[in-house]
Design a protein around this ligand. Structure first.
Ligand code: AMP
Ligand code: GLY
Length: 406
């Protein structure tokens, strides 16, 4: 199978790494990729959000499968264009990806499908926003309606700050605060059938102890020894299948991965958000543990044959990933610094996110620069193996959380 992956982050490096290990994959391409992906795939410099360029590349390479990593190409209609050209593609259509692209649309679908989630109001004017803040009370949750790369959400006890964020956005969703630990569950979908991966947890705040600004994720681990045993089945029953059915009813059959961000509240799991793509860094640890060859699974989603495919199986043991972020991430990350110490150990390896190669040298080129995945028979060992390798990586000004999976 010839496969083309679209994207350039840690998620795409993890995807490419697993695809490379799948004996079915004979050729692996990535566009645009990064300095780590370059070691396992042939890179192509195109604009990943341009449906025409992606389709043209896929045709020229004669690939059997296109895997779209990030949300921006999905919302730009890349999967639609590739599918229209007759090439199987892993990733939902532009309209189905609005489950991530518009928080208001996601809320509407959840309401229609009776999916447990925070009560919410969509607001355009300041008066509407003020009324919604008072209806739900503190802590206030204010979300930019559109895509904001994980930075559009403000959770605060300060009513003035909440209102200021609402004012700065064109359209906001204001909702009830959900109290409880957060869990990510990803379901692979082929338009009819959905199968779960195992739950994972990420750490969204920049600094130890959950302090500092929200980020795209500073680390993750799987499995979750503390999670209720019926969690996955319950979320499939109460969230994933009803959501799939509602999207199909609207003529938007969903092919790709549905990322369900949940809060485990006293009233059971409730949806915090949907994403139309694999979450990063969770994907790094999930794919590390996934035993089922990845290409076959993703291809089955793309061709509507997931029902006849063996369900994903996970290896026992634990994986922990720790993100190494650039100085000043997430506000204004510093780029262009040389990175040293990029080896692997027996039980840990580096995943590249924001890196590129300049004159043969790997330099930082994004906010989340690298992550280190550690593995072991249990979480504590995996964690130790990850941090042992983190301490060997040298990047001026960089920082990481010290409490991932602790
Ligand atoms: P989102 O972009 O929707 O994932 O939101 C980013 C983060 O904000 C989430 O991971 C939560 O930590 C927090 N958050 C979002 N919505 C809520 C909510 N209704 N209640 C509590 N925390 C929330
Ligand atoms: N780790 C959360 C995300 O990818 O949005």
């Amino acid at each position: 199978m010839r496969v083309l992956v679209i994207g350039s982050g840690g998620r795409e490096h993890a995807l490419c790494r697993s695809l490379k290990l799948d004996p079915q994959v004979t050729e692996l391409h990535c566009a645009p990729g990064n300095a780590g992906i370059e070691e396992v795939a042939t890179l192509h410099q195109i604009v990943p959000t341009d449906p025409g360029q992606v389709t043209e590349l896929a045709q020229r390479l004669g690939v059997d499968l296109v895997v779209v990593g990030p949300e921006a190409p999905l919302v730009a209609g890349v999967a639609d264009a590739v599918r229209e050209a007759g090439i199987p593609v892993f990733g939902p259509s532009r309209d189905a990806a609005m489950i991530e692209g518009s928080k208001a649309f996601a809320k509407e679908v959840m309401a229609a499908a009776n999916v447990p989630t925070a009560r919410a109001r969509t607001c355009v004017t300041e008066a509407e926003a003020a009324a919604a803040l008072d209806e739900f009370g503190a802590p206030y949750v204010v979300k930019d309606d559109g895509l904001a790369a994980g930075k559009g959400v403000v959770v605060t006890d300060d009513r003035e700050k909440a209102l200021a964020h609402a004012r700065a956005c064109e359209r906001v969703v204001i909702e009830e605060f959900l109290d409880g630990p957060e869990v990510s569950l990803f379901a692979l979908c082929d338009g009819r059938t959905a199968v779960p991966l195992q739950p994972a947890q990420d750490f969204k705040r920049a600094y130890d102890g959950g302090e500092g600004p929200n980020t795209g994720g500073m680390g993750a681990y799987t499995p979750l020894p503390w999670a209720p045993e019926d969690l996955t089945e319950r979320v499939m029953r109460e969230v994933v299948r009803p959501t799939m059915a509602e999207l199909s009813r609207r003529g938007l059959p969903y092919q790709g991965v549905l990322f369900v961000g949940l809060a485990l509240t006293a009233d059971g799991p409730k949806v915090i958000e949907f994403n139309a793509r694999f979450g990063d860094p969770e994907t790094q640890v999930l794919l590390d543990r996934l035993e089922t060859p990845l290409a076959g699974l993703l291809a089955a989603c793309a061709t509507g044959e997931l029902g006849g495919h063996p369900e994903p199986v996970f290896r026992p043991g634990s994986a922990v990933t720790v993100v190494i972020a650039a100085e000043n991430y997430p506000a204004a990350p510093v780029k262009g610094d040389a990175i040293k110490g990029l080896g692997a150990t027996e039980h840990a390896y580096v995943i590249h996110a924001g890196t590129k190669r300049v004159d043969g040298e790997v330099v930082s080129d994004g906010g989340r620069v690298l992550s280190v995945v550690g593995t072991g028979p249990d979480q504590e060992t995996a964690r130790r193996n990850a941090y042992d390798l983190v301490s060997r990586v040298e990047l001026r000004g960089s920082f990481h959380r010290t409490d991932i999976a602790r």
